[in-house]
Design a binder for this molecule. Structure first.
Ligand code: NAP
Length: 253
């Protein structure tokens, strides 16, 4: 029987208070990883409460994890978070750069602020976490960056988002080369249409249009993405680096 064990390895997942991040963190902890659950603070503390719920689910399934607050677009907060993880656990074995936002609008109507906020969180945030984590990460560590099908297809109304996710793919390939000397693998996962809050923000008509282009004819589930990340974080994927794994029901092939 082949099983995946991440026993005692410390994994950070950004934007893990809900959606794909929460599911991925749970999956890694179910495989024995010690979880560092990142969330970003908001004025009414909804994210902290959501992250505490994730922590309860991890504990209920026999796993171990702690919460870490940081806005990934802020280099200082990321540096502090990585330092705190190291102080708490003495090691960092893997990161999943999952935090992301969408601010869809045609390029003609898109404001500079809408462009910049998406680039700042999705692309610059991924860079910040990779930069500070890679400095302290164990030999043989794992980095998984969550890109998107939009980063390769360039979906309508997503100039900011598609550019940020294409950037994540390029960043992944550069880091795969730069970090290979420490046997750290760096890969991207590019989900298609997955049923999370981000998917529910898409108008029904647009959802149906997209579903019509997906050979498997259905929306993906967060577990489909989480399982792919788990594989890339495991010893089974030790010789895979610099790749983009598409999880999209055949929408892009
Ligand atoms: P989601 O439900 O909106 O969750 C995104 C998470 O990122 C939330 O926890 C969010 O916190 C957090 N976040 C936002 N800004 C942050 C910041 N500055 N610092 C730290 N965390 C921050 O989205 P999702 O569907 O799970 O998507 C997760 C990732 O998959 C994203 O990178 C997304 O682009 C990618 N993706 C999703 C799909 C899909 O169909 N769902 C498809 C392709 C790619 P808040 O609660 O404050 O928002």
């Amino acid at each position: 029987m082949i099983e995946i064990h991440l026993s005692e390895k410390v994994f950070l997942v950004t934007g893990a208070s809900r959606g794909l991040g929460a599911e991925t963190m749970l999956r890694l902890c179910q495989a024995g990883a010690v979880g560092a659950v990142n969330y970003v603070a908001d004025p009414d503390e909804r994210n902290r409460r959501d992250a505490e719920e994730v922590l309860k689910r991890i504990t209920a399934s026999g796993g171990r994890a702690r919460l870490y607050q940081a806005d990934v677009s802020d280099a200082g907060q990321v540096e502090e978070m990585v330092g705190q993880i190291l102080a708490d656990h003495g090691r960092l074995d893997g990161i999943v750069n999952n935090a992301g936002i969408i601010r869809d609008r045609t390029a003609r109507k898109m404001t500079g602020q809408e462009w910049q906020s998406v680039i700042d969180i999705n692309l610059t945030g991924t860079f910040h976490v990779c930069k500070y984590a890679a400095e302290v990460m164990s030999e043989g560590g794992r980095i998984v960056n969550i890109s998107s099908i939009s980063g390769v297809l360039g979906l309508f109304g997503q100039a900011n988002y598609a550019a940020s996710k294409a950037g994540v793919i390029a960043l992944t390939k550069v880091l795969a080369r730069e970090l290979a000397r420490k046997q750290i693998t760096v890969n991207a996962v590019a989900p298609g249409l997955i049923e999370t809050d981000m998917f529910r923000q898409i108008p029904e008509e647009a959802q149906q249009r997209m579903l019509g282009q997906i050979p498997l004819g259905r929306v993906g589930q967060p577990a489909n993405v989480a399982d792919t990340v788990l594989f890339l974080c495991s010893d089974l994927a030790a010789y895979i680096t610099g790749q983009v794994i598409h999880v999209n029901g055949g929408w892009y092939m």
